[in-house]
Design a protein around this ligand. Structure first.
Ligand code: PGA
Length: 261
């Protein structure tokens, strides 16, 4: 198992005052009991990034900063969009790429996902490529081929030196925000498929995360039985207690597994 990674995706929640508050709470909890084995990242809305970065710096926190999206173009006439260089300037070191909400509601097709991923890693930032099937692909038994195609299309043109910057998040759409997490066996099956494909694409070292209704209660079982390296967390990342509970579950599992080796 790789060193665990937990990313909080705040989506379009929390204004900058609320974001500062949550960041302070997370920082205090992690200062009182540091996470020895787990890397932690938060992904606030664009308008909160500067404030959250200031709190993390003031608290000397190890929590890293992610953006939820970026435009693949360098600059210019892209009203409403934000560039990778702008994010880098704010201390953003991670970017979510191709979250299903962007793919479904904002016309982000596979070509745009690939261009965005390439922009992020070329700048030296870490990219979290989100993949996952919808309910009908799951019911039809097409899930593995759908997800493999998403992966191959995003990673095909990637330069070798950028591959170490890729993390993959398996997020079945039917499990996101529904309270209906995928079962550990389903996650294990897909994590195995993803690791095999990643190896074939030259990204065998990439961490594989799971996302979709992860909570402090189900995190440990998914991590151990699902065979993933951590989580992309939506709803449960909006409260410090539940977010930190997921981090603690990862820490404990990793320490337990390490002791058994
Ligand atoms: P959820 O969201 O944890 O609320 O299901 C996960 C995600 O969309 O990244």
């Amino acid at each position: 198992m790789n060193r665990p990674l937990v990313i909080g995706n705040w989506k379009m929640n929390l204004d900058f005052v609320e974001a500062v508050h949550l960041t302070q709470q997370i920082s205090v909890l992690l200062k009182n009991q540091p996470s020895a084995h787990t890397d932690v990242v938060v992904a606030p809305p664009f308008v909160d990034l500067r404030s959250v970065a200031s709190v993390l710096e003031a608290e000397r926190s190890n929590v890293a900063l992610a953006a939820q999206h970026v435009n693949p173009h360098e600059a210019g006439a892209h009203t409403g969009e934000v560039s990778q260089a702008m994010l880098a300037r704010l201390g953003v070191t991670w970017v979510l790429v191709g979250h299903s909400e962007r793919r479904t509601h904002y016309a982000m097709d596979d070509a745009v996902v690939a261009a965005t991923l390439s922009t992020v890693v070329r700048s030296g930032a870490n990219a979290v490529l989100c993949v996952g099937e919808d309910e009908s692909a799951r019911d039809d038994g097409e899930y593995a081929s759908v997800v493999s195609a998403q992966l191959a299309s995003a990673l095909a043109g990637l330069e070798e030196k950028s591959r170490a910057l890729v993390t993959v998040a398996y997020e079945p759409i039917w499990a996101i925000g529904t309270g209906r997490s995928a079962a550990p066996e389903q996650i294990h099956e897909m994590a195995t498929v993803l690791r095999r494909e990643l190896t074939a694409l030259g990204c065998g070292e990439a961490r594989v995360l799971y996302g979709g209704s992860v909570t402090g209660e189900n995190a440990a079982a998914i991590l151990v039985e699902g065979g993933v390296d951590g989580f992309l967390v939506g709803g449960a990342s909006l409260k410090s207690d539940s977010f930190v509970a997921i981090i603690r579950a990862c820490d404990d599992c990793y320490a337990g597994l390490a002791n058994r080796r």
